[in-house]
Design a protein around this ligand. Structure first.
Ligand SMILES: Cc1ncc(COP(=O)(O)O)c(C=O)c1O
Length: 361
């Protein structure tokens, strides 16, 4: 392929989780929300007049920006709407990390980060997590030695669901010369008792951006809508320079606006997912899986007795239950399981019980 840039020719590309168009499949592999979007989203969709599509949408997705700003108690200048959270990741690298400059991430982490750095021709610096999946004690020191322009931390962490406190994030941001992007794709599912809210610290620091998405908490993965939160100084170059002129479409803007205004509906769903996450973790633990306590809408579960995670993944798949297997160091003996509806979780547990519990009859 002589026309590709060298870095594109040699890179692998992102491999997304399997998508299926079959209602019989229990889909616990890509951390989608098991509940439908809010009735207000459905009503807004029904009310869209196709004649409105004749015109270009609002370039900056007003009034979504205004609604999101109200929801977080910040100003519209602190928000940049994007075509899914993934577009924000790409835009952050385009805006803040030039070719050859270093981007720091943890190992393991969301695998798209690596792919985006390969596209952008950045250097990738990976900082290995402890056995407990915590950041190493010398994380800040390693970050400063790496000379990274951008550090991306996913919080709650994927694929483990571990949460870093706002205090820990603040300490990292305050001791880092580059830009800290905190990917909060799963933050809606954090237990309320943690009182976790990184928004005020992101606004106060001129080197912190947060990623939010409507894909998970608002059941809108098919819509492709996310946004960044940060100081106006950081948001402005993304919003007015590097973003595509019309990066979010009219229908997505309308539905995202309806979703972020139906917070009561969303909050009720988040609570159900949290409760079912704990029930699912207990059921897996009873089957002798080692489950990492999670603050997200998924669980990372290590199989009992050194059994092969890949073959269990394949067995479940043949029974129309999809979970995620990562062919990566430290993950090959584990499965990542999204929290489904109570009946989906029960079906998974029944399938696992049939495989893992020996009956004497
Ligand atoms: C850690 C993490 N960040 C960001 C995203 C991006 O989500 P989206 O582009 O659907 O908003 C995902 C999606 O799975 C994710 O797992």
């Amino acid at each position: 392929m002589p026309f590709q840039r060298k870095n594109i020719a040699t890179m692998g590309g992102y491999v997304p989780g399997e998508q299926v168009d079959n209602d019989d499949v229990i889909k616990l592999n890509t951390n989608e929300n098991p509940y439908p979007p809010s009735p207000e989203v459905a009503a807004r969709l029904k009310g869209i007049n196709s004649a409105s599509l004749r015109r270009y949408p609002s370039p900056t997705a007003e009034p979504f920006r205004e609604s999101a700003a109200r929801c977080h108690g910040i100003a519209a200048e602190n928000i940049v709407p994007t075509n899914g959270g993934d577009e924000l990741l790409r835009l952050v690298l385009t805006t803040f990390a030039g070719p050859g400059e270093t981007v720091a991430v943890t190992r393991p982490t969301y695998s798209l980060y690596r792919v985006l750095t390969e596209i952008q021709d950045n250097k990738l610096h990976e900082i290995t997590l402890e056995d407990t999946w915590d950041l190493p004690k010398e994380f800040i020191q390693q970050l400063s030695v790496s000379n990274a322009k951008v550090c991306i931390l996913v919080n709650p962490h994927a694929p483990t669901g571990k949460l870093l406190s706002v205090e820990a994030l603040t300490e990292i941001a305050s001791n880092f010369d580059g830009l800290l992007l905190v990917d909060e794709a799963y933050v809606d599912f954090v237990d309320l008792a943690r009182k976790h809210d990184a928004v005020p610290m992101a606004i106060e620091h001129n080197n912190v951006l947060l990623l939010r998405t409507l894909s998970k908490g608002y059941s809108l993965a098919g819509l492709r809508f996310g946004y960044g939160i940060g100081s106006a100084e950081l948001i402005s170059p993304i919003l007015y320079k590097t973003r595509d002129s019309y990066n979010t479409d009219y229908i997505a803007q309308q539905l995202a606006d309806a979703a972020i205004q139906s917070r009561d509906y969303a909050r009720a769903i988040w609570q159900k997912v949290r409760e079912d996450r704990e029930l699912l973790a207990d059921a897996l633990t009873k089957l002798n899986f080692a489950v990492t306590p999670s603050q997200a809408n998924f669980l990372l579960a290590k199989l009992p007795d050194g059994r092969s995670a890949e073959s269990l993944y394949l067995q479940l798949r043949s029974e129309n239950i999809l979970v995620r297997f990562f062919d990566q160091e430290r993950l090959r003996d584990k499965l990542r399981i999204s929290v489904g509806t109570p009946s989906e979780n029960a079906a998974l547990i029944a399938a696992l019980t049939a495989k893992f519990v020996c009956t004497t009859e």
